[in-house]
Design a protein around this ligand. Structure first.
Ligand code: AN0
Ligand code: CP
Length: 311
């Protein structure tokens, strides 16, 4: 594995899932990262990704340096050839080259701006890192994908040992427009498993077709939930009407009554979650969300280990 930015960077996604669970079972400590440094660059907030990746790196004996670049760094210029006489002070190509000199692996978090779909879907910021970094790049969530989360989600499903599970990906309400990254990425990874996947969302919240192949799609949430083994829930804003939030008439919050339609289904969410908006307290309290959050550490460690072995 040369970089970790999507499922396409991974030769055998199922082996990486297995490796994640082996790390969980057999203990985390190793010295494979001794004398190596991981740089974590955040353009956007994070709790889980930041701490789990940092912990995973420490488990491998690595040193970690972290910067919230939007707050602590100079204002970054992204356009090639621009005359930088305005508010930006440092060009991305210079910043990434400099960061490369301080580390052996580099992680970057950069959310969608939800204004220009072309810019987001061609991964403007992540691609600049890929272009200018001289060390492997790990996505800590990009404009359109969140592969560390998806690897974790597959491992969390796999450790329940339900074969050919029925997995539902359901849209849920949220007061602010959110990216499609978690949902896109989950679909991309779950397609590599034996799961039967149903996607449900209100009209107007269709995802980019690049990611929905192989999924059964319905606007009827209750129909989708029938007999589900896993209910993966996430809000996202419109893709077609990019970044907008078309009005939704029905109640899409996941309640206990809705979970009762499932096959004793397990509720999943990447967190952070708006309680009693996305799902009710009762549903969240009986869910897999904390297992998912903890599994982020093992997934990050599996990814770091693979990248370190190829240095
Ligand atoms: C982000 C998102 O929806 O992409 C991060 C999720 C891991 N969520 C929020 O901004 C609330
Ligand atoms: N699930 C997840 O990526 O959480 P953070 O945004 O807190 O890192």
């Amino acid at each position: 594995m040369k970089n970790f930015t999507s499922v396409h960077d991974v030769k055998h996604p199922q082996s990486l899932v297995k490796q994640t669970l082996e790390i969980k079972t057999n203990g985390q400590r190793s010295e494979v990262g001794r004398n190596k440094t991981l740089a974590l660059i955040f353009f956007n907030p994070s709790l889980r990704t930041r701490l789990s990746t940092q912990k995973a790196a420490t488990n491998l004996g690595m040193d970690v340096i972290v910067i919230n670049i939007s707050e602590d760094g100079w204002n970054i210029e992204f356009e090639d050839g621009s005359v930088m006489d305005g508010s930006t002070q440092e060009h991305i190509k210079d910043a990434v080259k400099v960061i490369s000199g301080y580390c052996d692996l580099m992680g970057v978090r950069t959310f969608a701006n939800l204004e220009d779909p072309q810019e987001d879907y061609r991964e403007k910021v992540l691609q600049k890192f890929m272009k200018h970094a001289t060390v492997p790049v790990i996505s800590l969530e990009s404009a359109t994908l969140h592969p560390l989360q998806s690897l974790t989600d597959l491992a969390t499903i796999a450790e329940t040992n339900i074969s050919c599970p029925k997995v539902v990906l359901s849209w849920a309400p949220h007061p602010k427009a959110l990216p499609q990254a978690v949902a896109n990425s989950f679909l991309q990874w779950i397609a590599k498993t034996d799961a039967e996947i149903t996607l449900t969302h209100p009209k107007g919240y269709e995802l980019c077709e690049e990611f929905t192949g192989g999924a059964t799609i319905t606007n009827d949430q209750e129909e989708a939930l029938a007999n589900a083994d896993f209910v993966y829930t996430k809000n996202w804003s419109s893709y077609a009407n990019y970044g907008q939030m078309p009005v939704v008439e029905n109640d899409w919050t996941i309640s206990q009554q809705k979970m009762d339609l499932t096959n004793d289904g397990k509720f999943m969410h990447c967190l952070p979650i708006r309680r009693n908006v996305v799902a009710t307290d009762k549903v969240i309290n009986q869910s897999l969300v904390f297992k998912q959050a903890k599994n982020r550490e093992y997934a990050a460690q599996a990814v770091l280990q693979n990248l370190l072995e190829e240095l």
